[in-house]
Design a binder for this molecule. Structure first.
Ligand code: PLP
Length: 284
């Protein structure tokens, strides 16, 4: 595998950053993950726009233009002969000798790294079987709209899920589901309304979430962006998650309690098919 590190394509095993890198020391950095399908970038523009917004919110300047970053992502995908999977990108405030909290003075260059992971997203067995989720308290900070590399709360949440045999953790604040550890959360109510939490500082604005909401509305499915409780989710007809690395995945149980008839629901299944088609036909 080939990675990209600060201007050079290098074997992944030789891709290195400094121990003084502020991403390593302070989690002072931003990341993005975009899917690759048929060797092309899925829904690329929203991911680049979110990257620009995230770095802007932490006062970090990208070392390359968004157009150049997309070119580099495409080159990385080609060099790796990647057909399906993900491109991971991380930019940090760079390596500085002082380990001082305020931004470094002088010409400390941001660190930009990218690598790819192969994954069969379209034919993932979990899309057919559905996934189990557990609920955990949302212990994260108040700027979850920034795609920061500070992911310890999600590491612990998703480890708790894995230990319970579940694929995702839904995080809960004030009785309401915020989102999954690395996905957006949706339910389908008894009245066939698709419900997902509105964007705010409480969640990451998911690119897949945004596309799925639009695709659903275009097909006259009713979507409400509002808060929902765990009890409402447990009583729902269907539940599902969305993310760049999994597209749409049906949820068949929450905290060990069956959702609907315990099988992937027709709406989640249909939205998944619609999203796969969108991803294929719009990838660049
Ligand atoms: N919410 C969180 C906390 C995430 O980490 C992610 C993706 O990793 C998402 C939502 C889904 O966002 P996207 O659809 O852009 O991948």
């Amino acid at each position: 595998p080939i990675a990209y590190v600060n201007g050079a394509f290098v074997p992944l095993s030789e891709a290195k950053v400094s121990v003084l890198d502020r991403g390593f020391l302070f989690a002072d950095g931003i990341y993005e993950v975009a899917a690759v399908l048929d060797g092309k970038l899925v829904d690329s523009a929203p991911h680049l726009a979110r990257l620009e917004r995230s770095v802007g919110e932490i006062g970090l300047a990208l070392p390359e233009s968004l157009a150049r970053i997309e070119e580099l992502q495409k080159e990385l995908v080609a060099r790796n002969h990647l057909d399906q999977g993900m491109v991971y990108l991380q930019v940090t405030r760079g390596a500085d000798t002082s380990r001082d909290f305020p931004f470094p003075k002088g010409d400390v260059k941001p660190t930009l790294v990218m690598f790819v992971t192969a994954k069969n997203i379209v034919d993932a067995p979990s899309a057919k079987s559905g996934i189990a989720v557990i609920t955990v308290p949302d212990i994260r900070w108040e700027r979850r709209d920034i795609k920061s590399v500070a992911l310890l709360a999600q590491v612990l949440a998703k480890q708790a899920a894995a230990a319970a045999g579940a694929a995702e953790a839904w995080m809960v604040e004030d009785g309401h589901v915020t989102e999954g550890g690395s996905s957006s959360a949706f339910i389908l109510t008894k009245d066939d309304v698709i419900v997902t939490r509105p964007n705010s500082n409480a969640i990451l604005p998911g690119c897949t979430r945004k596309a799925v909401v639009k695709l659903a509305e275009e097909r006259q499915l009713k979507v409400e962006e509002r808060l929902f409780t765990v009890d409402e989710a447990l009583a729902a007809k269907e539940a599902f998650i969305t993310s760049a690395s999994s597209f749409v995945q049906p949820v068949v149980s929450i905290d060990g309690k069956t959702i609907g008839d315990g099988k992937p629901g027709p709406v989640a299944t249909r939205l998944r098919e619609i999203y796969v088609d969108f991803a294929r036909t719009t990838a660049v």
